[in-house]
Write a protein of this length. Structure first.
Ligand SMILES: Nc1ncnc2c1ncn2[C@@H]1O[C@H](COP(=O)(O)OP(=O)(O)OP(=O)(O)O)[C@@H](O)[C@H]1O
Length: 629
């Protein structure tokens, strides 16, 4: 038999199509830089410095005080240094023997030495203070971002651009690494600039404006380049976001079998490269613009600088300033020039950082605005009844509701089974029942209280959920069971939850029992099988002893013994709670007091197992199909 399939080893596989162009769908679908005027650019820098200052002050007040003190010392010593230099120049360039001139200059030279020593020490201490602030500043912003994402209303995840905006905010967090350094260097350069400028103005008022003109083009150039960089950053956000996800999925050990056995490596690498190339193309396309900016600003700056030196030479040659003053002016010009360049470079860096920090702040503000604010009511007492009335829910951006007009009453002690085709709205219904989503229309009420007005944490204190796709936390086994509950010193309830899912034997075989780290990729970690992980997810929900227990395909990876054990357990503890089982294994619905069949978001059939199995409806049809082998 001859095969027509292309042989990748022969290189006959046609290249896969490149990934579709992704456009940034976030809040800034129109580039915000189009709005940025030079005036706004300048206005933004003090705001960023203020934000950095406030945050740093909160984190380490003493380090900030140290930093400011050092800045002040740097400025004062720079002024002293220049003035003493001017003093030293007079005797050095004056008349008399070399020894006399040196002796005359000695006191001023000593002041110069002390001032430079102080300036250097202050610089070193300032950098120590900055290193004390930066790590905690980064941790603070990073943790704030993680917390903000964890706390938003879950519906935000389904909204277009949320993930891209989060990616943009991540960049802000990364920039906090350099934020204090940039700000500190800027402030210190400004101080040096002011002192050197002051000294120079005293020497000759004409020099200062000329020097300012010499560095102004570099400043404008740096800000324009930062703008271009930011534009590229924005253009690349969505691609970078997808690339980051692809990287994780392609390299994560959990998916390594699938990647290899389905020969995905070639395409994944191609995909990854294609995204990277596209990012590079955008970056490279901007290179001529940055070159033009750099050349023009260098040209203009060079011309003004030549004029400055020309004026200084003319002043000295024509005798308008004496030689000692001219020599000091040369030093002042050099100092001022270095300080001005630092101001320009660090000002541009702060501006650049401020753009990313702006994104981070916008995201944090947005996330804070999206934190659940449903009302002050708290849920207390045992949950006796959950009632849904004409509930409708549509995901953002979708045309059709995922759940449409569902009414249902559940009482304590009842076991409800939800069945239906893929995409019929079963999981969405469980999210509505637990208050993870609030309905667009209709009500979900617990003990007669509409969840729309209830503090959600008080609802979730009563729920235990085994989702279809559950997390495999890289924590110790004990924490994998107790996560979400207050810490206890007693392991007995943990073992009870482990026994309930039949996992004691497997746990006993682990190298450190409950202390075993469940993360294969971490040194000393261990991995469980898929079914064992699912048993852990079930034990986590059971450990909570929730008033509402929801199991969404809880046994899909389990062997028959495990599945039997879980369902026996569900029956045994059902009297104290409301239990909901979502399943495609229709035989498992026998344990339910009530079964609902969902189709296209609606309940189309309901009743007990025997009635539905012989009712001639969808349930009976699905049951027959499941038995037809
Ligand atoms: N996060 C989401 N964002 C947008 N649409 C969603 C989201 N989750 C589900 N949907 C859509 O809502 C509909 C119902 O999905 P749901 O997950 O509730 O179905 P299900 O009955 O649980 O399916 P399955 O049996 O495959 O688990 C589907 O059309 C699905 O595409």
């Amino acid at each position: 038999m001859t095969s027509t399939a292309p042989d990748p080893a022969q290189g006959a596989t046609p290249p896969p199509p490149p990934p579709a162009e992704i456009t940034y769908t976030g809040q800034y679908s129109v580039n915000p830089l189009a709005e940025v005027s030079f005036r706004r650019v300048c206005a933004r820098i003090p705001a960023v410095l203020g934000r950095i200052g406030r945050l740093s002050w909160r984190i380490d007040r003493r380090a900030v005080q140290l930093l400011l003190g050092c800045q002040l010392l740097t400025g004062v010593s720079a002024a002293v240094l220049l003035t003493a230099t001017a003093r030293a120049m007079e005797p050095v360039l004056g008349a008399g023997s070399a020894g006399d001139r040196l002796r005359g200059a000695l006191p001023a030279l000593l002041v110069v030495a002390v001032a430079s020593g102080v300036a250097r020490t202050a610089g070193a201490v300032a950098s120590y203070a900055e290193r004390r602030i930066t790590p905690r500043l980064t941790t603070e912003t990073d943790s704030a971002l993680v917390e903000a994402v964890c706390r938003v209303e879950a519906v935000a995840y389904a909204e277009d651009g949320f993930s891209d905006r989060r990616e943009a905010a991540e960049m802000g967090v990364m920039r906090t690494h350099v934020m204090v350094t940039d700000a500190q260097r800027l402030v210190s350069a400004v101080i040096r600039m002011v002192t050197a400028g002051g000294v120079l103005s005293v020497l000759n008022p004409l020099m200062l404006p000329l020097l300012l003109l010499a560095v102004l083009p570099a400043g404008v150039g740096a800000v324009l380049s930062a703008r271009v960089d930011y534009e590229i950053h924005y253009g690349n956000i969505a691609d970078r976001n997808v690339r980051g996800m692809m990287r994780w999925w392609a390299t994560e050990s959990k998916y390594s079998d699938e990647v290899r056995a389905n020969s995905m490596t070639g395409y994944l690498v191609f995909w990854y490269r294609a995204l990277s190339d596209r990012c590079d193309r955008r970056t490279l396309a901007a290179a001529p613009r940055t070159l033009r900016i750099a050349l023009l600003s260098a040209l203009a700056g060079g011309l003004f600088l030549m004029a400055t030196w020309g004026v200084l030479a003319w002043l000295a040659v024509s005798g308008r300033v004496d030689l000692a003053l001219a020599a000091t002016a040369v030093i002042a010009v050099q100092t001022l020039l270095a300080a001005l360049s630092q101001v320009v470079v660090n000002g541009a860096a702060v501006f650049h950082t401020s753009l990313y920090l702006g994104d981070m702040q916008t995201f944090l503000d947005d996330a804070a605005a999206r934190a659940p604010r449903r009302g002050p009511r708290r849920l207390s007492g045992p949950v006796e009844e959950i009632r849904l009335e004409e509930v409708v829910y549509r995901y953002p951006g979708k045309d059709k509701p995922a759940v449409e007009g569902v009414s249902l009453t559940l009482r304590r002690g009842q076991v409800l089974a939800i069945v239906g085709a893929n995409g019929s709205g079963k999981s969405t219904l469980t999210r509505l029942l637990t208050g993870i989503y609030l309905p667009d229309k209709g009500t979900v009420a617990w003990n007669g209280t509409d969840l729309a007005g209830v503090e959600p944490a008080t609802v979730w204190a009563n729920t235990g959920l085994v989702p279809q796709i559950f997390a495999q936390w890289p924590l110790r086994l004990r924490e994998n069971v107790t996560l979400g509950q207050p810490r206890t010193v007693d392991d007995a309830p943990v073992w009870e939850a482990i026994d309930a899912v039949g996992l004691r034997g497997a746990v006993d075989e682990l190298p450190s029992g409950l202390d075993t780290l469940l993360a294969r990729d971490v040194f000393g970690g261990t991995e469980l099988s898929g079914g064992q992980w699912q048993r852990i997810a079930c034990s986590r929900a059971l450990y909570r002893r929730p008033a509402l227990l929801i199991l969404d395909e809880p046994t899909s990876q389990m062997d028959p013994r495990g599945e039997h054990q879980i369902f026996e357990r569900i029956k045994a503890i059902a009297a104290d709670r409301i239990t909901i089982v979502v399943t495609h294994q229709l035989e498992n619905t026998r344990i339910a007091d009530h079964i609902i069949v969902m189709e296209e978001g609606r309940i189309t059939e309901q009743g007990r197992y025997d009635d539905l199995a012989h009712g001639g409806g969808t349930f009976a049809e699905l049951l027959e199909l499941s038995q037809d082998r």
